[in-house]
Design a protein around this ligand. Structure first.
Ligand code: PLP
Length: 416
């Protein structure tokens, strides 16, 4: 029997670009263990980080606190002790003026964004309110999260050549328009897929624009401040009332605990907590229990600059040098400037075939990448640029990364 799905059901359960890609990648990986995975978003296995989480789990087993953690449902907005400790951590380490009323714990930043985008935007009193992404390319995971048509709108970037074979995207303030239908703006910083980090000026200008129009600015800090802190230029955005920050536990090596914290005004925190009660009842509490004692000293805040960031910097430098050598000077290529996150973003200017076809050719050669067009949405005109781009992950072992990048370069060169 073919069940009948509601309009909303079809929207969420029907085929989507991201789901097709994920299925395709998953199938390729399970049926071809020799596939070189340069496509995923997993954090790398960093021994020192894994050791920290193992030690915390041993401590919870030894002192018996694991029993209470596993046995109890927390309130839907998070454990009150954790929320208080997290607010104190943000005050002390980041200088943010927050209390526990500004903190909502959520079952991942993915689900927090889904709830936020649909809390703030969509059909509202007979009108359409929209989320504006001011800087494309933007995170693939947002693309299918709107519950109504036309709820997302996005702005193309200004592309600057910052060095030979190097570009940087900037918010194009000449193009950016905050019309009355805009309910909020959202930027991932550092950006997945490009590794772009907003400049202080851009951040300040976006904040000023949002404040002037009375709308929230959502900053998704999955890779950034205050942890895991994979930002290479020291940028530390400061939360201010009216803003919404998302801070995930995933990229400090804990994607399996599915936990993120939202920092926002109390009305948003309360709304998210109420929504979470309906959708999930409560959050998983293991992540909160693992993190709690680390909020009281500087272990967590040091983990980024001392361990995680240098690890990814080294990997990124290695991948960049392999790819630069392999591509050489015969093809017009550029990488986005390495400012943060875990990816290389490759632009082949004038790529003779769309990135989607290049993806398929590479898959034939056992290299998995993500074609760039998935990161461009919320636009009504064709934009060729992302069809000339690939997102490449370098968190796999170096031999695999090297082989994968050399095959990509060979394939690209053969097209010119
Ligand atoms: N935001 C960005 C920018 C991401 O890249 C990711 C995951 O890759 C997420 C959010 C999802 O994070 P979480 O594991 O907390 O759902």
């Amino acid at each position: 029997m073919q069940p009948i799905f509601s309009d909303l059901g079809q929207r969420l359960a029907g085929p989507s670009g991201i789901q097709e890609l994920m299925d395709d990648c998953g199938a390729a990986l399970t049926t071809h263990p020799d596939m070189r995975m340069l496509g995923g978003g997993q954090p790398a296995a960093i021994p020192e980080v894994q050791k920290l989480w193992r030690e915390r789990m041993h401590a919870m087993l030894d002192d018996g606190s694991i029993d209470k953690t596993l046995l109890n449902y927390d309130p839907p907005g998070g454990n009150p002790v954790f929320r208080e400790a997290f607010a104190a951590f943000l005050q002390r380490e980041c200088g943010w003026d927050v209390t526990q009323d500004n903190i909502a714990v959520m079952p991942s930043s993915q689900s927090a964004c889904f709830l936020l985008f649909n809390l703030l935007a969509g059909d509202t009193a007979g009108k359409k309110r929209r989320i504006l992404f001011p800087l494309l390319p933007e995170y693939i995971g947002y693309a299918n999260q709107a519950l109504s048509e036309g709820q997302f709108i996005a702005c193309l970037p200004r592309i600057d050549e910052t060095a030979p074979h190097e570009i940087k995207y900037h918010v194009d303030f000449d193009r950016l328009r905050i019309t009355p239908d805009i309910a909020a703006m959202c930027v991932s910083c550092p950006t997945n897929p490009t590794g772009n980090v907003l400049t202080q000026n851009e951040f300040d200008s976006l904040q000023a624009l949002a404040a002037a129009h009375g709308i929230p600015l959502i900053i998704d800090n999955a890779y950034g401040h205050p942890f895991p802190g994979v930002i290479h230029n020291g940028f530390q955005p400061k939360w201010q009332p009216g803003m919404i920050f998302s801070i995930s536990m995933s990229k400090v090596g804990l994607p399996g605990v599915r936990t993120a914290m939202i920092v926002a005004d109390p009305a948003i925190v309360k709304a998210l907590s109420n929504m979470n009660a309906i959708v999930s009842l409560a959050n998983g509490n293991l992540g909160q229990a693992l993190l709690l004692p680390l909020l009281k000293d500087d272990t967590l805040i040091k983990l980024g600059p001392q361990v995680i960031r240098p690890f990814y910097r080294e990997r990124s430098d290695f991948a960049k040098s392999v790819l630069s050598n392999a591509l050489g000077d015969r093809v017009p290529w550029a990488l986005h400037r390495q400012e943060g996150a875990f990816f290389l973003w490759l632009w082949i200017n004038g790529l003779p075939i769309p990135a989607k076809q290049l993806y398929a050719r590479l898959k034939e050669r056992k290299v998995l990448v993500i074609p760039g067009h998935y990161f461009a949405y919320g636009i009504d005109k064709e934009w060729r640029h992302p069809h000339e781009c690939l997102r490449l992950t370098y968190s796999q072992p170096q031999r695999i990364v090297q082989e994968g990048l050399e095959i990509i370069a060979e394939e690209v060169k053969s097209l010119f």
